[in-house]
Write a protein that binds this ligand. Sequence first.
Ligand code: ACO
Length: 376
Amino acid sequence: MTEGTRLIRGLEGVVAAETKLCDLDGANARLAYCGYGIDDLARRATFEEVCCLLWYGELPGKGQLDQLTVSLVAAREIPAQLVDAFRVMPTDTDPNRVLQAAVAMLGMFDPDANDNSHAANVRKAIRLTSQMATAICAHHRARSGQAPVPPAPDLGHAANFLYMLTGRRPTPVTTKVLDASLTLYAEHELNASTFTTRVITSTDSDMHSAVAGGVGALKGPLHGGAGEAVMRTLMEIGEIANVDAFTTKALADKRRLMGFGHRVYTAGDPRAAILKGMAEEACRQSGQFKWYEMAVKLYERVNAVKKLIPNVDFYSAPLFYSLGIPVDLFTPVIAAGRIAGWTANIVEQYDDNRLIRPRGDYIGSGRRTYVPLAQR
Ligand code: ACO
């Protein structure tokens, strides 16, 4: 590289976009979408209202929310060919791979597939948000040897998701817990998966390609895959009496503890604080309080020694588990929330695009002379 720039490992602290979507203040543990604090949105708004906020920049009035709800409900069906594809996929494959393939397939059937105009991108955002939820549930049913549950038009997004997953209509309490979780996961500035969607968008590719890339980035255990890893850690510990011994050994082994730490938040992750309260209630109500208690004890032990903060994925793990969501679907459920933010970022990127193309610093063996194969 000839230009005189400095390597910033992991792009830490680098500002790569201007955004009206998310205001993340890591030093003060504050997060807001389009200016609205996450606490208010999670507790008082629905996921549909948050989608509207992210896609249109304003919280909707009743008329606009009704209109968006009708559009989201109308977009819930997925192509029969996609359901057929689920039936021939290996039953033991990672549902994140399936979701990535499903998003790519949805792009093949989307009427606006190659239209990158603002209006078409918002239409695609609506369709993808509804269809991804249906696809996650239909695949889970297919791999379990069950027929997909058709979407229920009278249910909101979160309730319909749980209905399509289990075939049972959820209670208002369960619905609110998932709805708030989707809101808490909906947007988070330039996290790795959202940045991925922006990089793909910046080449003038298309929304479905960008979202498929986002799913791939989200699946990693350093990012959205951490929730699943937290639950597997809690299961490995097994009982609350084992937390002390587990923590002592894990810290001695310098093991990376899933659900702890964050690149940006130094004073705590505000989403984790909200999820903690919700997890406590949901675990108690479902008779699974043990997982919540274990998580709290694990946090206390880890924080006392290493001062690591719990991130969003720490308490969402026992929370999702108490809702009956299979552990390997935790990350797809996170994607079902994050799709709102991915698509909003994609729209924002298209509206003011410049190719994202950073540099690499060559540290190889200088310039070398080519030697023909026969002489090597
Ligand atoms: N367990 C143990 N040590 C940790 C952890 C952890 N979870 N997180 C950070 N550290 C330590 C590192 O070992 C390192 O210590 P050192 O300086 O003595 O070597 C120091 O803290 C800094 O860690 P980095 O990995 O350099 O921090 P970075 O900002 O790159 O990583 C990350 C942030 C990936 C979130 C990290 O904290 C981590 O791996 N956490 C566990 C995975 C996780 O929960 N990811 C979800 C994040 S939230 C989300 O994406 C939805």
